[in-house]
Design a protein around this ligand. Structure first.
Ligand SMILES: [Zn+2]
Length: 697
């Protein structure tokens, strides 16, 4: 369970995956503890400049098998050491080395599953990813390794902590249980995986469509019609895919059309997936009981910043009321708009929300997104981000022009320290769509930063994205949302590259699950700073022409529209997730969902089955959805320090680099935050972001 591949996503209210961080969470992810600390020097030269970029069919499986054999040899050697010879270095550190040697070997190969132009090679990359996940899982059920780690006598408190955390991860896989009960845990885990796979497959294969006449689709932009299939009768077939769904919900003027769409969308796989989720919840309860935890949530949250389900609930409860108030205010505002459009209207219906929000933004902030985009050509914006991060973190990005790449539009950058000139990392950018390429935005781990054989091994990472491709005489133009996404992914990349942690399994963004989105969400805030936005902008026809201040200010003001519903939904989803996974006995997910949405005052219709398409709960986010809010609250606290010191203040930037970005998982996220903030993190900045005054408890 601990080394499965997770995809971490930024979740928007309507369900788009905007950003994903592909992250193999390796069991152990050992925190704190290690005493020695590496620092890089210019003499510790970069050992790898680029990764292999050309593969023939058969190469990836062969290399994957070789890496697996090497890992088994190393791991078996650790397990086989005579008890008298066992030390921290030859066991716990050797384990870290074996695990990282393996991931350094396979990550560049599994990456090809997402980006390689030849479909056969790409398929081999994906297959390796699946088999390596199984292999990594299996490692934590090996009794020989468990006994080996338990046999180490740590010399220091730090070593002791690392040993304990390693042992805990084996325990979490059932290894402290006798063999018959371990077998039951394995069986329950397999059964659970089966339910999760079926749930996701049902949604991936869902082909619900609705047929509307042109009249019924009044208001929907012409560009969207191009993607609808036409029926022989001349009507249009609309799918439940995100662009289709949003086009109707945002722009269709007829309530009946939006209602039909809303009901169909929120009833996808209603019967089968509701049953699968409810069964999974019961199964998770049994697993938690077998493993000795009061609830599944407590099992999942152990080892994260929050620590246990009570702390998560206390956190959610601390921001619930003001969020509800914010939703209530927005509801009133939306109803006002509705009455203006239709004087007979008396209530706000759930299928009105997106439509009226769009209408409100147009009324209040009137600007054309296409005009704004012209000031943010992709190349210029990337260079702007490099300038910004360079200034903040004392680094320089320089293109490696002769690097081998798998597609001509891929770029490689060397990142060096301004002081001393040492190479700190390499960053690939693969930003434009290609046939068969991964369709969202993600930052992938490629080579871990760590000490290897006494030398610093320089980290390599990649941002894979899908910006609008350049046209013949026009560069790709970015919306503000695209720019924010680039800052977000850039934050993950900085976290990965600026690490100084000597241990591969704890370096970079191998942090606690509910901390990992903190650096990325922090850096999103830069986009919305007026000076930064101006400095990033440059009209594609003449880059010295900046975005006009008046337009810029309207763009910034429009950011606040709908924040109550946006965060209110994340809150409702977090609450239902926690209720499902702290329950004892069967749960009726549909009624819990209806209750929490009502509690947050987010309009929801009767007769829908929202949990049936709540993929996160069957894709690794179970008892983890709160992490979006948790990370965001801390991200805003960090950004607030910059707002006080100046968004481009290098002293504060270097402190952020030192106290948080470089630290990986060497300390708990809470400790890192306190080091940087100089105080315990609170929720004030989050309240400020929402424009609400905190009511005293
Ligand atoms: Zn992210």
């Amino acid at each position: 369970m601990f080394s499965r591949q997770y995809r971490i996503s930024r979740y928007l209210a309507a369900g788009i995956i905007a950003c994903t961080l592909m992250l193999i969470v390796i069991a152990g992810c050992l925190q704190n503890g290690a005493q020695s600390k590496s620092t890089m020097s210019a003499t510790q030269a970069a050992t790898q400049v680029s990764i292999r970029a050309q593969y023939a069919p058969g190469d990836i499986p062969r290399l994957g098998t070789a890496a697996l054999e090497q890992a088994n040899t190393s791991l078996n050697a650790i397990a086989a050491l005579p008890p008298g010879e066992r030390t921290f270095d030859n066991t716990v550190l050797a384990f870290d080395t074996a695990m990282t040697d393996y991931t350094d070997a396979i990550y560049p190969l599994t990456l090809m599953g997402y980006v390689y132009p030849d479909p056969q090679v790409a398929a081999e990359g994906m297959a390796l990813e699946e088999s390596s996940a199984v292999f990594l899982n299996d490692i934590y059920t090996r009794r020989g390794l468990y006994d080996a780690v338990k046999g180490v006598s740590p010399r220091t408190a730090g070593e002791s902590r690392l040993c304990n955390l390693t042992i805990r991860e084996f325990n979490r896989n059932g290894l402290k249980l006798p063999d018959d009960r371990l077998a039951r845990v394995r069986q329950l885990n397999n059964e659970l995986s089966g339910l999760e796979s079926r749930f996701s497959a049902n949604l991936n294969n869902d082909n619900t469509t609705l047929v509307f006449t042109e009249k019924e689709l009044a208001g929907v932009p012409a560009a969207s019609f191009a993607s609808f299939d036409k029926t022989p009768q001349g009507s249009y077939r609309v799918t439940m895919k995100y662009p289709d769904y949003m086009a109707v919900m945002k722009y269709a003027t007829l309530n009946t059309t939006r209602k039909a769409m809303y009901m169909a969308y929120n009833n996808r796989q209603a019967d089968e997936n509701t049953a699968l989720l409810e069964k999974a919840i019961t199964l998770r309860q049994s697993l938690a009981t077998e493993l000795g935890y009061p609830t599944w949530a407590d099992y999942k949250i152990e080892g994260r910043m929050a620590g246990n389900s009570d702390r998560v609930m206390a956190f959610l409860n601390s921001i619930k009321e003001p969020l509800k108030e914010k939703c209530r205010t927005e509801n009133a505002e939306l109803l006002f708009v509705k009455k203006d459009l239709d004087p007979a209207a008396t209530t706000l219906d759930p299928w009105d929300v997106t439509y009226l929000q769009e209408n409100l933004v147009l009324r209040k902030y009137a600007y054309d997104e296409n005009e704004v985009k012209e000031y943010f050509p992709a190349d210029g914006t990337v260079q702007g981000i490099f300038r910004m991060y360079g200034e903040l973190f004392g680094i320089r990005f320089e293109e490696v022009r002769d690097a081998p790449v798998w597609s001509p539009d891929v770029r490689l950058y060397r990142v060096t320290n301004l002081t001393g000139g040492a190479t700190v990392g390499y960053l690939y950018l693969d930003l434009y769509p290609r046939e068969g390429k991964y369709g969202h935005f993600a930052t992938f781990p490629v080579i871990s930063g760590r000490m290897k054989d006494g030398t610093w091994s320089v980290p390599v990472t990649i941002i894979v994205g899908n910006f609008p491709a350049p046209q013949e005489n026009k560069p790709g133009l970015l919306t503000m949302y695209d720019v924010e996404t680039l800052f977000h992914e850039g934050g993950h990349a900085m976290h990965y590259i600026l690490t100084t942690v000597p241990y591969g399994t704890w370096s970079g963004f191998n942090t606690e699950w509910d901390f990992v989105e903190t650096p990325s969400q922090t850096l999103e805030e830069w986009v919305w700073d007026p000076q930064v936005m101006t400095s990033l902008s440059g009209h594609y026809t003449n880059t010295s022409q900046k975005i006009p201040a008046e337009l810029r200010d309207r763009v910034i003001a429009a950011r606040d529209a709908g924040t109550g519903h946006y965060y209110g939904r994340i809150m409702a989803n977090s609450l239902e997730d926690m209720e499902y996974h702290t329950a004892q006995g069967p749960v009726n997910v549909t009624s819990v969902s209806a209750r929490v949405y009502a509690e947050m005052e987010i309009p929801q219709a009767e007769g829908i089955h929202q949990p049936a398409s709540f993929e996160h709960l069957m894709g690794g986010y179970d008892a983890g959805y709160y992490g979006y809010l948790w990370s965001k609250v801390y991200a805003l606290e960090i950004a607030d320090t910059f707002k006080h010191d100046g968004m481009t203040n290098q002293t504060t930037g270097m402190r952020f680099r030192q106290d948080i970005l470089s630290q990986g998982n060497m300390q708990d996220g809470g400790v890192l935050l306190e080091n940087f903030l100089g105080k315990e993190p609170g929720t004030e900045a989050f309240y400020k972001r929402l424009g609400i005054t905190k009511t005293p408890d």
